[in-house]
Design a protein around this ligand. Structure first.
Ligand code: 3NM
Length: 224
């Protein structure tokens, strides 16, 4: 697993379908898509997830299903992402042979998940309206602390957009997970393109050695 870059999470709450958002963001250069849906029937979710699996395959992109290991297995997703209140990650590891992501909000949660997870989703970094039960924002410093405390890749989440993405990247994360900055934009494809460009630019500046990132905490080239 290398850098994730822009990790887009689909949502049906911004006037677009999951498929429309996936298409626009894949065309914009996003290469990791998570299907996140809390309200639909399992049957409907299965149909959508199957289509997203096909679309991501066509773009050679990684496909992750949120919460639902059963759906991830049923559609052949590359990965599943679970929260602190979902199936315990050690159980997911026993039944799912793919990429496993876990949400963590504290150093303790991060360290506990680290043994079984492939990557962590850490946040909310900033305030977010998208997740109704989101915890208090941890801020860039809170994020940096967690990144430094684990040796697996970290993806930052929560209120991330074009104007704050660079300070987030400098903590050493491998990517930024985004919903509203893209799904809530007037032109999601254009917004995704811009965000992808900024993130790519940042990572290539690291490779060419001309960034002011905190190299002691930079795990963004982590591989697993
Ligand atoms: N998980 P936006 S915050 C899905 O803290 C989700 O674990 C979070 O959406 C966490 O980019 C969040 O619109 C919402 O803020 C992210």
């Amino acid at each position: 697993m290398k850098r994730f870059g822009v990790y887009f999470i689909t949502s049906s709450e911004f006037g677009w379908t999951h498929e429309e958002l996936a298409k626009m963001t894949l065309e914009a250069g996003v290469r990791i898509i998570q299907f996140r849906e809390k309200k639909m029937s399992t049957k409907r979710m299965f149909e959508i997830a199957r289509r997203l699996r096909k679309m991501t395959e066509e773009y050679d992109a990684t496909f992750i299903v949120n919460d639902r290991v059963d759906l991830a297995l049923a559609v052949g997703a590359d990965g599943v992402h679970v929260g602190q209140d979902d199936l315990p990650v050690e159980v997911v590891r026993e039944i799912f042979d793919g990429i496993i992501g876990v949400s963590a909000h504290t150093v303790d949660e991060a360290k506990r998940a680290e043994r079984f997870a492939d990557y962590l989703g850490v946040g909310p970094v900033f305030g977010t309206k998208t997740k109704k039960d989101a915890r208090e924002p941890i801020g860039v410093e809170g994020l940096r602390k967690i990144v430094r405390s684990v040796s697996i890749p970290v993806v930052a989440i929560g209120g991330i957009n074009r104007s704050n993405v660079l300070e987030v990247l400098k903590t050493g994360v491998v990517g930024v997970a985004v919903i509203s900055a893209i799904a809530g934009a007037k032109d999601p494809k254009e917004e995704a393109k811009r965000l992808v460009e900024i993130v790519k630019g940042y990572f290539s500046s690291l490779t060419s050695g001309c960034s002011d990132s905190d190299s002691s905490s930079d795990s963004s080239s982590a591989s697993s």
